[in-house]
Design a binder for this molecule. Sequence first.
Ligand code: B16
Ligand code: MG
Length: 218
Amino acid sequence: MDIKACIFDLDGVIVDTAKYHFIAWREIARDLGFEFTEEHNEKLKGVSRMRSLEILLEIGGIILDDPAKEILADRKNKNYLKYVLQMTPAEILPGSKEFLLELKKSGIKIALGSASKNAMTILDRLKITHLFDVIVDGTKVFKAKPDPEIFLKGAEELNVSPANCIVFEDAEAGIEAAIAAGMKCVGIGNSEVLWRANWIIRGFQNFSITKLNDLVKS
Ligand code: B16
Ligand code: MG
């Protein structure tokens, strides 16, 4: 495979925002009168904000109409942004920035493919916006992962065929989206959740283009 582009998910791949999503959703659940656990939070990874709220309401056995859902999703985002706006570049996950810089040097294109509508704010806080040739986030797509739209849009804007793209993802929905886009996928994290990925790594610490090529050849 000739790797021409790498497409990165954001939350769980470049930075760990799951902990802030968790705190913000837990507050909403408490207001609604039930406990939301870290195990529940796993189900929200890679899933859009509104779908996350729907899953949370299913857990609590609560039915709400659309306007009430909008209010809660908005309130959760305000909570979440309180944490995001305090993030610093020190929160970039180990090795991610170094790998992005190596890709840039070698001429391999870089895109972001994140479900988050806060992706631009997060990248700015981390001071890495300039490293991406193309940014596709939750504000630019109609269909959330596992639909392949986010990744296909990234490849199209980079002008690279999906067959020459590698996706880096930490969530099941994102891996399904990559497969549906006809792209190869490196899962970041736990093999129990990410078994559908072509390859799995723990993270980017000590990762490099040479190691990526070794994986692709394996
Ligand atoms: P927001 P990713 C996803 O980002 C998160 O994994 C997921 O937990 C979150 O619900 C979703 O973004 C929407 O985020 O509320 O900021 O729009 O993993 O696709 O980078
Ligand atoms: Mg993710």
